[in-house]
Design a protein around this ligand. Structure first.
Ligand code: ATP
Length: 316
């Protein structure tokens, strides 16, 4: 049986609106998700035992059963017991390039890569919708990580409709190594502060997501209008995260002053991204921020918007 090497790109949120509570304890969301080219690499090797092993070069990433990549392999073994019995377990090696706990869906992308890779390794021939159904069992962002590109996501984030790919813009990402934001904390705090504005009836939920579907940001994406997209970026979680983490707010202000197309916190943060017209602008903005903030904890990356989710490395 063959080994596989996969590319697992991260994502940013161009839009994140919290509509209300769901019976399952999650939030009802409407988001516009966008793949970035910055990616982890996942190597999968069949091991002829019944074990799943996991290696990762990043100290913050768990190496036990809580790792989302491990959970994805376990789900494949459970869902395809015959293939597991015939072919055995898998050695998973994660090379982390995406910052961890950063709002870029790194763990979700790793899980998506394991689902896609094990489908290939075991020659199961699963369709993308079948892979995405499995993905939704692991986490809300995992189905998007499989297909990637630009998509509107509703429900808890797992219901996807692809939009025209928006891959012509560049991005600067900024994150302090010593700041991490707990996603559950961000959503719980939002609930505490904004529950009064929650919509609970089905009609209201549908009309909120329809407003986004036919709204100005979607229009700007379809027309590939970088300036407008930059102006219309939106994230409800900024309302709770920025006041609590002034250094994250400062990054956002600094990007705005640098004259980028637009800037926003991604997901529950603390990564802040700046949309740029081209690579030259991205490099200029990155060096300006680096010069203005003399803090060794600040990490910056340049990447491009991407048009696809999990891919095979070197087409192999
Ligand atoms: P999201 O945008 O989906 O909320 P995130 O980018 O904020 O995700 P991750 O990088 O996925 O966050 O990490 C969140 C937590 O998940 C980490 O603190 C880590 O303990 C755990 N985790 C589990 N599996 C992984 C993985 N494969 N890579 C990174 N973190 C993982």
């Amino acid at each position: 049986m063959k080994s596989y090497s996969l590319i697992a790109p991260g994502k940013i949120n161009l839009y994140l609106e919290i509509i209300g509570d769901r019976a399952d304890g999650f939030h009802e969301l409407v988001m516009i998700l966008q793949t970035i080219e910055l990616a982890d690499t996942i190597d999968l090797k069949p091991n002829d035992t019944q074990e799943i092993t996991l290696h990762c070069n990043h100290p913050q990433v768990p190496r036990d059963e809580t790792n989302l990549a491990y959970r994805a392999a376990k789900l494949m073994c459970k869902s395809f017991a015959d293939a597991y019995a015939n072919f055995g377990g898998v050695d998973i090696t994660i090379a982390k390039n995406l910052p961890v706990a950063a709002g870029l869906a790194g763990g979700s992308a790793n899980a998506a890569a394991v689902l896609v890779g094990m489908d290939l390794m075991w020659n199961l021939g699963l369709t993308q919708p079948e892979l995405q159904d499995l993905a939704a069992k692991i986490g809300s962002d995992v189905p998007f990580c499989i297909s990637g590109g630009t998509a509107i996501a509703t429900g808890r984030g797992e219901k996807l409709d692809l939009i025209t790919n928006l891959d012509n813009l560049w991005v600067v990402l900024a994150k302090y190594k010593n700041i991490s934001v707990s996603t559950p904390w961000a959503y719980q705090t939002y609930r505490k502060n904004y529950r009064n504005s929650y919509v609970s009836d089905v009609k209201g939920i549908i009309s909120r997501s329809d407003r986004v579907r036919s709204g100005d940001l979607m229009n700007a994406i379809i027309k590939q209008e970088g300036n407008k997209i930059g102006e219309l970026l939106y994230n409800d979680l900024e309302k709770v995260v920025l006041p609590e983490y002034p250094k994250v707010a400062e990054l956002r202000d600094m990007f705005a002053e640098a004259g980028v197309l637009g800037t926003m916190m991604s997901g529950s943060g603390p990564t802040v991204f700046a949309l740029c017209e081209n690579e030259e602008q991205a490099k200029d903005v990155m060096s300006r921020v680096r010069n203005n903030i003399a803090d060794a904890e600040l990490e910056l990356w340049i990447t491009k918007l991407g048009s696809s989710g999990i891919q095979l490395r070197d087409g192999k």
